[in-house]
Design a protein around this ligand. Structure first.
Ligand SMILES: NC(=O)c1ccc[n+]([C@@H]2O[C@H](COP(=O)([O-])OP(=O)(O)OC[C@H]3O[C@@H](n4cnc5c(N)ncnc54)[C@H](O)[C@@H]3O)[C@@H](O)[C@H]2O)c1
Length: 304
């Protein structure tokens, strides 16, 4: 089962699981996901993980593994309406987790955030054992749900792995999302608009391509490890590097409108992903240059 399987990462994961021959059930309320992203081979339940009773789906489908990706992912929305973030990212998650436990699911794989749980870290690249002090309701709620996973593991022996993604990008990304800067720039350039840059572009991020993230999720399914793992690119990039790569590939000169830096935005965010190598035998393969090419091409081909 993939919750959030109509979304950017969830639908890319769904395609891969189908390609590998798995039977797949998707649960999504299409809040930000799109119905046409759902592979036709998957069974789709149009349900809200917060309000709807999921037990009938678990009872009927008896999933062996659950990838929990359904979430409210907009950090600014979480600041404006923390109650809503709590309802989806904690209470909705608990609804999934209680069913996972009740119906003896072998393992739950959770999509957490390495970009938001650590806060303004002074150890860079930041390892998993850095004391997490999230500076946003979104980060707080993701960390809180990780604690529920730990509790279910300790008390009920529920198997889980939590993957803390860096800034994921690639085709199909929702432009209002947590880390939509690549999607936003590709769309602005494809529509011949100026690129809106917050700050001077020297802030750094760890941009990891969606296919690499999907590979990590699938590896996490069968590995015997209960805990948190960073999933990043192992390269620290400046936001302005994106502009350089888009210009190179598109052969267009970007017009950039600089806006003041967003208050409270981190200047550096870069994850230490060495545990992923050890535990999952995983490391990112797609360079920022290649990933941006694929994303910009998809944006043009799909008129986004
Ligand atoms: N994109 C990133 O850079 C990034 C980074 C770190 C973590 N994550 C996590 O990865 C996961 C997937 O993110 P994404 O970028 O694909 O976002 P997305 O918005 O494209 O996908 C989220 C999906 O969840 C669905 N959803 C939302 N609320 C729901 C509800 N109440 N019931 C059922 N479905 C619901 C949406 O319709 C959507 O299909 C999320 O858990 C997110 O927090 C993403």
């Amino acid at each position: 089962m993939v919750t959030g399987g109509a979304g950017f990462i969830g639908s890319t994961l769904a395609d891969k699981l189908i390609e590998e021959g798995h039977e797949l059930v998707i649960v999504d309320n299409l809040f930000s996901g799109k119905k046409d992203y759902i592979p036709s081979e998957a069974k789709f339940y149009h349900l809200d993980i917060v309000k709807d009773d999921l037990s009938a789906v678990f009872e009927k489908e008896k999933p062996e593994y659950v990838f929990h990706l359904a979430a409210q992912i907009d950090v600014r929305k979480a600041v404006a309406d923390p109650n809503f973030d709590v309802s989806v990212n904690i209470l909705g998650g608990l609804n999934v987790l209680q069913n996972v436990h009740k119906y003896n699911v072998k393992k739950i794989i959770f999509s957490s955030t390495g970009g938001a749980v650590y806060g303004e870290a002074d150890i860079i690249p930041t390892p998993e054992n850095y004391p997490a002090t999230p500076l946003s309701p979104y980060g707080i709620d993701k960390l809180c749900f990780e604690n529920y996973l730990k509790y279910y593991h300790q008390v009920f022996k529920q198997e889980y792995t939590s993957l803390r993604f860096a800034n994921v990008y690639g085709p199909k990304q929702y432009k209002g999302g947590e880390a939509g800067v690549v999607a936003i720039f590709c769309s602005q350039l494809a529509n011949d608009s100026a690129l809106s840059l917050n700050g001077d572009g020297t802030q750094t991020r760890d941009f990891v391509y969606v296919d690499d993230v999907v590979e990590a999720l699938i590896k996490a399914m069968t590995v015997d490890f209960n805990g948190e793992i960073n999933i990043g690119s192992s390269v620290e990039s400046e936001v302005k590097d994106i502009i350089k790569h888009i210009e190179n590939y598109s052969q267009k000169k970007c017009i950039v409108t600089e806006k003041p830096a967003v208050k409270g935005e981190q200047q550096r965010s870069f994850l230490d992903s060495s545990l992923a190598k050890k535990v999952l035998d995983w490391e990112a393969k797609v360079s920022l240059e290649e990933g941006i090419k694929a994303t910009y091409k998809w944006t043009l081909d799909n008129n986004k």
